[in-house]
Design a protein around this ligand. Structure first.
Ligand SMILES: CCCCCCCCCCCCCCCCCCCCCC(=O)SCCNC(=O)CCNC(=O)[C@H](O)C(C)(C)COP(=O)(O)OP(=O)(O)OC[C@H]1O[C@@H](n2cnc3c(N)ncnc32)[C@H](O)[C@@H]1OP(=O)(O)O
Ligand SMILES: Cc1cc2nc3c(=O)[nH]c(=O)nc-3n(C[C@H](O)[C@H](O)[C@H](O)COP(=O)(O)OP(=O)(O)OC[C@H]3O[C@@H](n4cnc5c(N)ncnc54)[C@H](O)[C@@H]3O)c2cc1C
Length: 666
């Protein structure tokens, strides 16, 4: 017998005034894409062995890892079997980044995540053609499992400060890898501890006593048969963390470990047999894997935010609490406007971030194609954008996921809601792949440069060209989306101008450029954020306009409402900035506030439809609160009963401790 669907959810679905499937197709990129995704999900998720007998949270640290490996091999075997035979190795390596299927299998994260997210991208971006052909085939077929080891115990951010040495020995045509200090131990790489047997290691290359910068090396870590670490290689796990507990983050030290010359990945720089070093056309190309991951992280954020919003909105439609009016039944908590304020921005942000991610991916692809032709001119703009978009979208997502969790009250605190685990995953993204403040300062560096170029009439990249408009006069504020976008650009111009003035002020006082930079860095980060917000708002709006022309009128209307909600939300959030740098008036603000409240009311009847359209299977949500049938209380009880403590009516600790304690015998 089919389980009954919660009445409130049924009603919500009836009231939705747009076609939910049409939105799903739009989000997937077409009807066929939805069908293919659903088919793949159905096929993979019916595989035996992907489910947990005991919820992951009740396992020990060691059992969690072993269980994750058990599921990972089953999962990736099916993924291998379902791969499109017409795809090249490179396409197969890059095809997984949008899929949320792993979320259905791992409540935390796959211990093979780094193999896909960094190891294979590093081969593609750093290996020469011959190396790529060899290593990628082995990696795609899972003959080897790899990771990317860059961060050390002593340095994560400052890559040039990495201490692991690769010294070239021309006599034997080998590199000698060595970790001279405790702080030079690699520390953090996912899969490194007990999973990976190969690794791309970033190390400081020395030839004849001369530094040749940080370079990538393909290093075998473990014997392919016994899985024992090779001589001269020390490996281990770094211990329990806030999240990522099935990712197997590890440490790695080298003791004069020798590898052949052809193990340096030589797409960009090369070392010839006699030790001649051929420099890369641009020394930042060795950082290319990081740029790729920053781009896909943005995409990942939109997915994780969509998952969290789905859980919280469905729960809010089912949960009833405190009568609004005396003598009336308790309303669904989704009827509280404060609840709508917490949740609808998460839906809108997921849409905004998804479109930005696609746009950034297109730019990344273009710049990479240019690099193949030797043209590096757009690399700085891509780097500046990837840095600030990674930082702002991860920070916003972490804030909003946490807000989704809190919006579910006490039940949101349960691991069975999955919101705490999603928070654990997304807050990590604020740190990994470039700590957010550090990345914002990279964008600020480009903005300061662009500011000077604008002053001398030099051409600027498309996303910074608005800096040419140095008109500091306060033009009339316009309470429209375009007016808000112009306002945010004004804020960015104002903040960059202030930061540049601050740099000048401190250097005039005799500070070195570095100290002046450090003193101005709070303002520089604020300027980078303002620029990033202006880019996000304008891109979200223009991408929605570009991509919705063939959609039905009701769907277009709802997608435009989300754009409007998003822009006004941020205008109200950043009111102080707008008051400082634009001519917005109190009356304009009151009007924006009331439009915002009106928008919450317009979106309210479609809220469940909007999250249903993300089309997450229950397995992918993996949440007692987000279930599509809304039977939240039944699920909470079912999950509670799985607690190992409920297996016996009296726990042994009663006899051992409680009873003697209460009887004064202990
Ligand atoms: C998809 C769905 C999945 C669903 C699953 C659900 C999951 C939940 C959701 C998540 C989904 C996602 C999935 C992924 C998962 C991954 C797992 C974890 C992976 C974590 C891996 C790591 O964590 S791995 C280590 C990363 N570790 C860093 O990230 C170090 C930062 N540190 C630097 O990156 C440099 O240290 C730093 C600061 C630039 C200074 O570098 P530096 O000192 O050498 O450079 P300077 O500052 O002096 O700058 C000198 C000039 O270089 C220019 N420039 C600098 N970088 C450049 C570059 N890259 N490209 C071009 N140009 C560049 C700059 O703009 C200057 O240009 P100019 O001179 O013209 O001004
Ligand atoms: C879950 C997770 C997974 C990871 N996976 C991997 C992996 O697979 N491979 C890998 O190589 N690494 C990995 N890392 C490491 C990660 O890339 C680094 O932790 C990250 O780059 C930050 O470096 P850090 O830890 O040295 O922080 P620090 O740089 O020490 O940051 C500490 C503080 O110092 C500030 N700070 C540092 N430098 C500056 C500056 N120049 N200006 C202003 N403020 C500054 C930062 O803003 C921050 O507030 C992972 C990390 C995490 C958390």
């Amino acid at each position: 017998m089919l389980a009954k669907v919660n009445e409130d959810l049924l009603k919500e679905r009836k009231h939705c005034d747009f076609n939910v499937l049409e939105l799903t197709n739009y989000l997937d990129g077409g009807r066929k894409a939805t069908e293919d995704r659903r088919k793949l999900e159905a096929r993979v998720l019916k595989t035996k062995g992907l489910q947990d007998d005991i919820p992951e949270e009740y396992l020990s640290h060691k059992e969690k890892y072993e269980n994750a490996i058990r599921k990972a091999v089953t999962y990736y075997r099916v993924i291998k079997e379902t791969a499109d035979p017409n795809q090249s190795d490179e396409e197969r390596a890059m095809s997984s980044y949008r899929s949320l299927l792993p979320s259905a299998v791992f409540k935390d994260m796959s211990p093979f995540r780094l193999h896909y997210s960094m190891f294979m991208p590093a081969i593609i971006g750093q290996a020469d053609e011959e190396q790529k052909k060899y290593w990628l085939k082995r990696a795609v077929n899972f003959e080897i499992i790899g990771t990317y080891a860059q961060t050390e115990l002593g340095h994560g951010t400052f890559i040039r400060g990495l201490e692991t040495r690769a010294t070239y020995d021309p006599k034997t045509e080998e590199f000698v890898l060595h970790s001279p200090t405790l702080t030079s131990y690699k520390w953090w790489p996912g899969s490194l501890a007990h999973t990976a047997n190969y690794c791309v290691v970033m190390a400081h290359l020395f030839i004849k006593g001369k530094s040749c910068g940080i370079q990538p090396f393909m290093v075998q870590l473990r014997d392919e048969e016994t899985h024992l670490p090779l001589p001269g290689i020390k490996l281990g796990e770094i211990g329990a963390k806030l999240g990522f507990n099935t990712v197997n983050n590890g440490f790695l030290g080298f003791e004069h470990h020798r590898i052949k010359r052809d193990r340096m990945l030589m797409k960009n720089s090369q070392v010839l047999r006699d030790g001649t070093f051929i420099k890369s056309p641009n020394n930042k190309l060795a950082y290319g894997t990081m740029v790729y991951v920053r781009v896909i992280i943005v995409y990942g954020m939109s997915n994780q935010l969509a998952r969290s919003a789905t859980i919280a909105v469905r729960y809010s439609a089912v949960r009833r609490q405190s009568p609004l009016k005396p003598d009336e039944p308790e309303p669904q908590i989704l009827d509280y406007v404060t609840q709508q304020h917490k949740l609808f921005i998460a839906i809108a942000s997921s849409h905004a971030i998804r479109l930005i991610a696609q746009w950034l991916w297109d730019l990344y692809t273009k710049v990479n194609n240019d690099l193949k032709l030797g043209n590096t001119s757009d690399l700085p703009e891509l780097h500046a954008l990837a840095c600030c978009l990674k930082a702002v979208t991860t920070a916003d997502t972490a804030t909003m996921v946490e807000r989704c969790r809190m919006s579910c009250g006490g039940h949101g605190y349960m691991l069975s809601s999955n919101l705490p685990q999603i928070y654990g995953l997304v807050t990590a993204a604020c740190t990994y792949e470039g700590e957010n403040t550090v990345l914002m300062l990279q964008t600020a560096r480009s903005l300061v440069k662009a500011w000077d170029w604008a002053a001398t009439g030099m051409p600027l990249g498309p996303t910074m060209s608005y800096l040419k408009d140095k008109n500091t006069g306060l033009e009339r504020w316009e309470n429209t989306i375009d007016g808000i976008i112009r306002g945010f650009r004004k804020v960015a111009v104002g903040k960059i101008s202030s930061a540049v003035s601050s740099l000048k002020k401190y250097t005039k006082r005799g500070l070195s450029p570095e100290d002046a930079w450090n003193m101005s860095s709070v303002q520089l980060v604020a300027a980078a954020e303002a620029h990033c917000r202006a880019v996000i708002l304008s891109t979200y709006k223009s991408e929605v306009e570009k991509t919705t022309t063939s959609l039905s009128e009701p769907l277009r209307r709802v997608l435009h409402q989300l754009v409007e909600l998003y822009c006004i939300y941020w205008a109200l959030e950043k009111l102080g900035d707008l008051l400082l740098f634009t001519s917005i008036s109190e009356r304009d603000v009151q009007q924006l506030q009331s439009t915002y409240e009106g928008l919450l009311g317009k979106i309210r009847p479609n809220a469940v439809g909007l999250v249903d359209a993300f089309d997450f299977r229950d397995e992918i949500l993996n949440s007692t609160l987000g279930v599509s049938d809304g039977r939240v209380y039944e699920r909470l009880m079912e999950e509670a009963l799985k607690s190992p403590l409920n297996a016996e009516p009296v726990n042994q600790s009663f006899h051992k401790y409680l009873k003697p304690f209460m009887q004064g015998k202990l």
